[in-house]
Write a protein that binds this ligand. Structure first.
Ligand SMILES: Nc1ncnc2c1ncn2[C@@H]1O[C@H](COP(=O)(O)OP(=O)(O)OP(=O)(O)O)[C@@H](O)[C@H]1O
Ligand SMILES: [Mg+2]
Length: 283
């Protein structure tokens, strides 16, 4: 029978994913929600993580904490005995090992579980995997099947179209469709170009990533330099002020505020308060 050209909405019911959260181990888990009716009123009910089967893009300028957040997500999933595929495109994976070990110790998570449940593909040292999406996809498919993986992180997707940004849209679409086909919850890290507004969802390849994925999280940092900033933020000169916000998500309701966060001494993300509350705090 030929493939159907149209469907009645009701026919989509069987394949409609359930709406629930996949925890990141950060306050982001309270920031995606559904609404529920209670006595005639609608109330927000946090789903407890990034939406199941979504592909979320984390973008930001260098050193804003994108990899830290992606790694924390991986560790938290591994602790819950879910398998995570970590595709490292930027840094050789021996660095990843040390970084995940340190974070697990800080978060008091059994590193044995992390070692067992995180599966790594090192594309940083392999030109074929980095330059040929088909080769990487085949390797990923093999790992997903063999290891029963449910979550995929690509750090960074930008590294897969370095020097050929016109192809960004195609390449992101290939990996996005791949994750959908294999029913994975995914995180793409994407880097910004220096000309791009640090607080926007735009990244290398323009708005391609943000347009294709299900949601974008923007991370930013600001160096406190002026008297005005010292007064406004109540922070000493030379300190770093970090913020994170959900720029958009097509699958669920979500918080839209810009939140202040810290990078802990263990290299984890600690989201504190919305920026307006932070500014009004007693110093
Ligand atoms: N254990 C730690 N203790 C304190 N700060 C840390 C620790 N680990 C990392 N950091 C800080 O966090 C910053 C952000 O790191 P991260 O690697 O997540 O950046 P990124 O957004 O992925 O950057 P890039 O785009 O360059 O990959 C680092 O530059 C470092 O200053
Ligand atoms: Mg990084």
């Amino acid at each position: 029978m030929p493939e159907k050209l149209f469907l009645e909405l009701s026919e989509l019911k069987v394949d409609a994913p359930k709406l629930f959260g996949i925890p990141t181990g950060t306050k982001l888990d309270e920031m995606f929600w559904t609404i529920e009716e209670k006595n005639g009123n609608f109330i927000k009910k946090p789903i407890g993580g990034i939406p199941y089967l979504s592909v979320i893009n984390i973008t930001g300028t260098p050193d804003t904490g994108k990899s830290l957040l992606a790694e924390q997500f991986a560790i938290v999933q591994a602790e819950r005995d879910y398998k995570v595929l970590f595709v490292s495109v930027e840094s050789p994976v021996n660095f990843l090992y040390t970084s995940l070990k340190q974070k697990s110790a800080y978060l008091k998570i059994d590193f044995k579980k992390v070692e067992k449940n995180i599966i790594v593909i090192d594309a940083s040292q392999n030109d074929e995997l980095r330059e040929n999406p088909k080769a990487l996809i085949e390797t990923m498919a093999y790992a997903i099947k063999e290891k029963k993986i449910t979550n995929v992180i690509i750090d960074s997707i930008t590294g897969l179209y370095e020097h050929k940004e016109m192809t960004a849209r195609q390449i992101i679409r290939i990996f996005f469709n791949f994750l959908k086909k294999w029913r994975q919850t995914g995180v793409f890290v994407s880097q910004k170009r220096s000309s791009q507004d640090a607080t926007s969802p735009e990244a290398a390849g323009g708005l391609a990533v943000a347009h294709i994925v299900d949601g974008t999280i923007v991370m930013n940092k600001k160096l406190i330099e002026t008297k005005w900033e010292i007064n406004l933020y109540g922070l000493p000169i030379g300190s770093i002020f970090r913020t994170i916000r959900i720029d958009g998500c097509r699958l669920t309701g979500h918080d839209t505020k810009n939140w202040v966060f810290e990078i802990t001494e263990g290299g984890t993300i600690d989201i504190l308060t919305p920026i307006d509350d932070f500014i009004k705090r007693e110093v």
